[in-house]
Design a protein around this ligand. Structure first.
Ligand code: IPM
Ligand code: MN
Length: 354
């Protein structure tokens, strides 16, 4: 294949892990005979500093021209405690989602055998847990009508039928490709928007008789996720609930630095780690690049290049098994590898594989 990739490194540890993501992409493309070219673009706080806009039009055009976007992270503490800041790095992320029509955000929760002890949950609860959350990404409170003055404020949790149908369809189709179990998470006992989700969910469940569909309130789902993570196969939910539940699910594996994600929809798909920009670690060569590397795997799998994805996953597993690990997942007394060194080990593994 011929890949044109837009690389958006962003802020904090973004540039360091982005470089590793590109190196691994190159190694895999070389191995499998794919041509790949990159176009780099700015976003987040970096873009605010340079041009005053966290997702400039030039970056948008670069994304639109590409087959896929390899995104790293945005966010800078200098904006966090300033409620009067006119423009924030996160707005760049939201603009990217809206402009690229990225309505489906796929966040897998996967465990690694040798890291089970790192989980805040008991190993026996976590061992074998494997589910994905599909988060609606361009609707709900994030994008609904907003108002704020000194006395009152509101955000509107608006969802239309087509928006709900298209994301539930993604959920049902994923369940079909996995273990045929879909959990639709809502708050239908309180919210009108959730009642419409549930109604449409029931209508669509009838069209997917091979998928066992259940409906669960979000408060209950958040409890179930830590009590019995193995219950879940595919979860589908609205934007805000998905934001919260995927932070919860991301820590089950033991390190947020391990989990990739894909955002897909109307235009170019985006592949990015679930974790953020970790500004305190910027330039220290300590950030775990595995989530970024696994985002590469998700990209290949999106294009149905299964062997490419599988080789990346194998290399990642091998690096963990070989104790080539960044500090936060290293065993006691083990050598702490840097971001760059973990990346080099994985590239080397890919190059040497047959
Ligand atoms: C995420 C993040 C973003 C979100 C922030 C940075 C705007 O938390 O991708 O989950 O809330 O969607
Ligand atoms: Mn979040």
């Amino acid at each position: 294949m011929n890949f044109k990739i837009a690389v958006l490194a962003g802020d904090g540890i973004g540039p360091e892990i982005s470089k590793v993501g590109v190196d691994v992409m190159n190694a895999v493309c070389k191995k499998f005979g794919h041509q790949v070219t990159y176009e780099y673009a700015i976003c987040g706080a970096d873009a605010i500093d340079k041009v005053g806009d966290p997702f400039p039009d030039e970056t948008f055009q670069t994304c639109m021209r590409a087959d896929a976007v390899l995104f790293s992270a945005v966010g800078d503490p200098k904006f966090d405690n300033d409620p009067t800041a006119k423009v924030r790095p996160e707005q760049g992320l939201l603009a990217m989602r809206k402009k690229l029509g990225l309505y489906a955000n796929i966040r897998p929760m996967q465990t690694f055998k040798s890291l089970l002890h790192k989980s805040p949950l008991k190993a026996e609860l976590v061992d074998g847990a494997d589910f994905i959350t599909i988060r609606e990404l361009t609707g709900g409170m994030y994008f609904g009508e907003k108002y704020q003055d000194n006395e009152k404020a509101y955000d509107t949790n608006f969802y239309s039928r087509p928006e709900i149908e298209r994301i539930l369809k993604v959920g049902f189709e994923y369940a079909r490709k996995r273990n045929h179990h879909l959990t639709i998470v809502d708050k239908a006992n309180v919210l009108a928007s959730s009642r419409l989700w549930r109604q449409i969910g029931q209508e669509m469940a009838a069209l997917y008789p091979d998928v066992k569909t259940d409906f669960m309130y979000v408060d209950n789902a958040s409890m179930r996720m830590i009590q019995e993570p193995k219950f879940f196969d595919v979860i589908v939910t609205e934007n805000t609930f998905g934001d919260i539940l995927t932070d919860e699910s991301s820590c089950i594996s033991g390190s947020m630095g391990l989990l990739p994600s894909a955002s897909t929809g109307e235009h170019t798909p985006v592949f990015e780690p679930v974790h953020g920009s970790w500004p305190q670690a910027k330039g220290l060569n300590i950030a775990n690049p595995l989530a970024q590397i696994l985002s590469d795997a998700m990209m290949f799998e999106y294009f149905d290049l299964k062997a490419e994805g599988a080789l990346i996953r194998e290399a990642v597993d091998a690096s963990i098994e070989a104790n080539v690990r960044t500090p936060e997942i290293q065993v006691e007394g083990g050598t702490k590898y840097g971001t760059k060194e973990v990346g080099e080990w994985i590239v080397d593994y890919i190059e040497k594989s047959i």
